[in-house]
Design a protein around this ligand. Structure first.
Ligand SMILES: [Zn+2]
Ligand SMILES: [Zn+2]
Length: 396
């Protein structure tokens, strides 16, 4: 999930503390370790880097620019506790429905692939399975926020299972992802490596997507999901998410990573035992191949649509984006491929991460009714794509 990029873009001042801890375990709000990172070393590394010209766009903002996240608290006062309460209610049925929908799509694509084996039509199954694996990841993201099921044991068990199926350690991602929420576009945001600095020019983004679909960047994605965003030289060197958490969550993350490894050792062996060489080939083509190829550009493009080419980093209203995915065939297609389970409402998710995915459209409507989205990053997905694929402009 990390891409080649410069270090610590848009850094100016530490981000103010946020109030989203409600969707993470309270015990992980300890940020003491954050003061120990060698940001000066990372900064000095910036000046020695050479490379593509887009690095020029990642210079620190002028000192007088407002700090990233400086209006977070103000933005989160848009709704009252009474207005938010019904939107944060969790529903077992709604989550089961979302998981079931995704499982049916995967099951049908695998069944079609097996029934027609071998056939050129397998390519369709591979694409559909990869897109649905991304849907599973989005639901694992819900579990990371404790939003999948109200019972935390069930939430974590299901979240881990659907994460591990596509190579994601949900418990590790929970730790990494908290930094993204709490330090959006700040020094500690591990995701800036993927969405920072856009637009970088059409050629750059197309090249990245082509590398993704060929599977060349898959190792970086899974290093990220195993808690090592900084394993990539281009990610901020100071990001060490697993240092920044409670011993309990760190232990859970470690155990979960071993379970993911075990799953992906057992799965091919099981396929071999059940179907011999053909069974093993089916496992590789109908499960591993989509994981290594199709899901990669989907993850990148969705993340860039969520945060790429934003210019006001002071609040989730402008540093994250809500993409409209209805009204036209192209928008519907974007929803099907990039934005399953209402993940297009990313601005709303950053504003109130305690709201589960199925209430995000209602949250969006409520914010609209209150005129709270005036000037916010709310765009038709076509306009977002034009923005992120635009030619790079020097920052003034
Ligand atoms: Zn999130
Ligand atoms: Zn985000």
């Amino acid at each position: 999930m990390n891409t080649r990029t410069a270090k610590a873009p848009h850094t100016s001042a530490p981000v103010a503390g946020t109030s989203i801890a409600s969707t993470f375990d309270a015990s992980v709000s300890d940020a003491a370790d954050l003061t120990r990172r060698p940001s000066e070393v990372a900064q000095s590394g910036l000046s020695t880097r050479t490379g593509e010209a887009f690095h020029n766009d990642l210079r620190p903002l002028p000192t007088e620019a407002p700090a990233a996240g400086s209006r977070n608290t103000e933005a989160r006062r848009l709704l009252t506790a009474q207005e938010l309460a019904p939107l944060t209610q969790l529903s077992n049925a709604r989550s089961l429905w979302a998981i079931g929908q995704t499982a049916v799509v995967i099951g049908a694509a695998i069944a079609a692939g097996v029934a027609g084996w071998p056939s050129p039509w397998l390519a369709v199954s591979v694409v559909v399975i990869g897109i649905a694996q991304h849907g599973l990841f989005i639901l694992a993201h819900e579990a990371a926020h404790y939003r999948l099921f109200p019972n935390r044991t069930v939430n974590d068990a299901v979240g881990r299972l659907i994460g591990m199926a596509s190579g994601v350690s949900m418990c590790t991602y929970r730790v990494t992802h908290r930094l993204h929420h709490n330090h959006l576009f700040g020094k500690q945001d591990p995701d800036t490596a993927i969405h920072g600095g856009y637009p970088r020019g059409k050629a750059y983004l197309w090249k990245k997507l082509a590398q993704d679909i060929c599977g060349l960047n898959a190792w970086k994605t899974y290093a990220y999901f195993f808690g090592s965003p900084a394993i990539n030289d281009d990610a901020p060197g100071e990001v060490r998410p697993l240092n920044d958490t409670s011993p309990e969550l760190r232990a859970a993350a470690r155990q979960d990573r071993w379970m993911v490894v075990a799953f992906h050792v057992v799965a091919p062996l099981l396929a071999l035992a059940l179907g011999g060489g053909t069974g093993l080939a089916m496992y590789f083509v109908l499960w591993l191949l989509p994981m290594l190829t199709v899901i990669q550009p989907v993850l990148r493009l969705r993340a860039i649509c969520e945060h790429g080419a934003t210019t006001d980093l002071t609040s989730p209203l402008t540093a994250a984006r809500s993409n409209n995915t209805s009204g036209t065939l192209g928008n519907w297609l974007a929803r099907a491929v990039l934005f399953p389970h209402h993940v297009n409402y990313h601005l709303e998710h950053h504003l109130y991460p305690a709201v589960p995915h199925y209430h995000l459209p209602q949250l969006h409507r409520l914010l609209q009714e209150k005129n709270a989205l005036q000037g916010a990053e709310v765009r038709d997905v076509r306009d977002t794509l034009s923005l992120i694929f635009a030619e790079r402009k020097p920052r003034v």
